[in-house]
Design a binder for this molecule. Structure first.
Ligand SMILES: CC(=O)SCCNC(=O)CCNC(=O)[C@H](O)C(C)(C)COP(=O)(O)OP(=O)(O)OC[C@H]1O[C@@H](n2cnc3c(N)ncnc32)[C@H](O)[C@@H]1OP(=O)(O)O
Ligand SMILES: CC(C)C(=O)C(=O)O
Length: 538
């Protein structure tokens, strides 16, 4: 099980004893940032998301495997379903702290204690708003009344949990002297984690960092607590604000998978972690998260919540490691570090994708042809590439089939070899004779062969006519229409000098299809300039 963080100053992390609730300062970890995942609580507050208990357990188990320090499993007082899910997670998910959210009232705290009873390590996350806007319009309480409420609640919660986190909702819009006083009271009441939520995503990074520094200077007993931040993304600055807070001394981050959460969401765990790891030179903090799980967990959460991850989402979006433009593709093909600041493997993603499109260049195009198995002569590239560009201008997405069709069209169009004459005869025992005459760049070539059936005899005759060792490796035939005059499609592969070439043809006579498919494959060999067209050498 991971360390149970409760108390910390810049050099010391304390661990709360489960039985006594007493703080022991027995671990030194100035630089570790703790991850408090609230996918199952704030994440589920995303409009349209509702998870069932088994789904929440599956996500919680994945989060635990990924190495988060705390899982906020829900808000037990919110509904019987939420209570059931928090209790189930507390009972089944081990290896990390399980937290439950509660308003600052005894009934919510009581319910949370009940739900977390089975947890290996439990955390009450109790909150109350502190900004004047929230006090006046929502809670209808004075500042003094809120302070009294905090004192009462913490006294009531004492001894019921392994540790207590206190959140000042809308902290970022709260008067700083008053906020410092509320947090001081919370520490005196036994809270060991102080959360500073930017509830409405209103902060800018420098401003938020300033507030964290202010709290470090003005909150009584702050050296005994961990400062946590909980950033919303209303202005798209959740990650920047979180990182700025860490630079200023915050050591717990509240976050969600894929950045789910109320309104524009919370900061995404994958973004904060990868920023901290990738820029360790700047932040210099330790992160104990198995980042290779990010892609898998992101897909799981997306599937279970129905919240689609935008393709351009940092770290876990489908395009996070995809390169479409020629200049980038050229760079990535020679060395991925030219355009990738982390490896796809480090976040459990598939290897980088070179996506062919209208912005692609020749390097990526040729690389793709090779990966599709084509050996293309250099002289053919400019023409093929021009055709590809004009197709890409018309088509949003270019599939492998489009590229194959381009090459095959060109092969068909250029036709180095053509069948001039083909005749075969076979008897009832399967003995067959065939003769084939071909027009080749080296002139007319013809030969005859016997074989085990008409196809065998015809292909042998064609091979002999060419005078090259082109052996058949794969042969498939299927009817593409029905009836007596059905069209028969032959697809085959031939091997020449260690490489495979594809051929395909359709005809009502299956023997003719076979010879045409074979010749089509031979044209691929000529196209690749794998066979010389010099008549003297032939
Ligand atoms: C910033 C955040 O994300 S906070 C978490 C938000 N999450 C949720 O709201 C979870 C789902 N919520 C719910 O299911 C319901 O709102 C419940 C069950 C929690 C409460 O429902 P209701 O009793 O019907 O109250 P309702 O939601 O209409 O109003 C909230 C009440 O809680 C009070 N309240 C709000 N925050 C707090 C708090 N931190 N501490 C104490 N009381 C609070 C409000 O003043 C209001 O009180 P009132 O009913 O006496 O006027
Ligand atoms: C309960 C608190 C931490 C919250 O979700 C917020 O302020 O956004």
């Amino acid at each position: 099980m991971k360390d149970k963080v409760a108390v910390k100053d810049d050099v010391t992390v304390g661990v709360v004893s489960r039985t006594t609730g007493h703080t022991t300062q027995n671990e030194t970890s100035k630089d570790k940032v703790y991850f408090f995942d609230t996918t199952l609580r704030d994440g589920e507050q995303s409009p349209g998301v509702s998870l069932q208990t088994p789904e929440k357990i599956e996500i919680a188990q994945s989060l635990a495997r990924m190495g988060v320090d705390v899982i906020e499993a829900g808000f037990p007082a919110a509904s019987p379903g939420d209570f059931e899910a928090v209790a189930a997670i507390a009972n089944t998910v081990k290896g990390c702290t399980v937290a439950g959210l509660a308003r600052a009232n005894k009934a919510d705290i009581e319910k949370t204690a009940e739900a977390l009873a089975g947890a290996e390590h439990s955390r009450l996350h109790v909150f109350i708003a502190t900004s004047d806007i929230h006090l006046e319009y929502k809670l209808k309480k004075t500042r003094e009344e809120v302070i009294e409420t905090v004192k009462d609640c913490l006294a009531f919660a004492a001894g019921k949990f392994d540790e207590i986190e206190f959140s000042a909702e809308d902290a970022s819009r709260t008067d700083m002297d008053y906020l410092s006083e509320v947090f001081s009271v919370a520490i005196e009441g036994g809270a060991t984690i102080l959360n500073v939520p930017d509830t409405v995503g209103y902060m800018t990074p420098m401003e938020f960092a300033g507030k964290i520094r202010y709290l470090k200077e003005h909150v009584r007993g702050i050296e005994k607590a961990i400062i946590s931040v909980h950033c919303h993304d209303d202005l798209g600055m959740a990650n920047a604000n979180t990182l700025a807070a860490i630079e200023a001394g915050a050591r717990q981050v509240e976050c969600t998978v894929n950045g789910l959460g109320e309104r524009a969401g919370n900061v995404g765990i994958e973004e904060v972690v990868m920023a901290l790891k990738t820029r360790r030179d700047i932040y210099g903090v330790d992160v104990d998260i198995d980042t290779k799980q990010f892609t898998r967990v992101s897909h799981l959460v997306s599937r279970l919540t129905g919240m689609v991850v935008p393709p351009n989402k940092a770290i876990v979006g489908a395009n996070a490691f995809a390169h479409e433009s020629g200049i980038h593709q050229h760079g990535v093909l020679s060395n991925p570090t030219t355009y990738e600041i982390m490896t796809p493997e480090s976040v459990g993603a598939e290897k980088s994708a070179i996506v062919l499109g209208k912005h692609s260049g020749k390097h990526a195009f040729v690389d793709h042809l090779v990966r599709l198995g084509f050996t293309v002569d250099d002289s053919k590239i400019p023409d093929l590439f021009t055709k590809f560009k004009s197709l890409a201008d018309r088509k949003k997405q270019i599939f492998d089939e489009d590229i194959i069709a381009l090459v095959m069209d060109m092969i068909d169009h250029e036709k180095a070899v053509e069948v001039v004459h083909h005749h075969y005869h076979s008897d009832e025992q399967g003995y067959a004779y065939a003769d084939v005459r071909l027009k080749t760049p080296e002139g007319i070539r013809e030969d005859a062969a016997v074989g085990d059936g008409a196809v065998d005899a015809s292909l042998k005759a064609a091979e002999r006519a060419l005078g090259k060792p082109i052996s058949l490796k794969d042969f498939q035939v299927r009817a593409v229409t029905s009836g007596k005059d059905a069209l028969g499609e032959v697809m085959l592969k031939v091997e020449y000098e260690g490489k495979l070439y594809h051929g395909r043809a359709i005809h009502t006579d299956i023997i003719t299809s076979s010879v045409n498919a074979y010749v089509n494959a031979i044209n691929s060999i000529y196209f690749a300039k794998a066979i010389t067209t010099n008549a003297e050498e032939a």
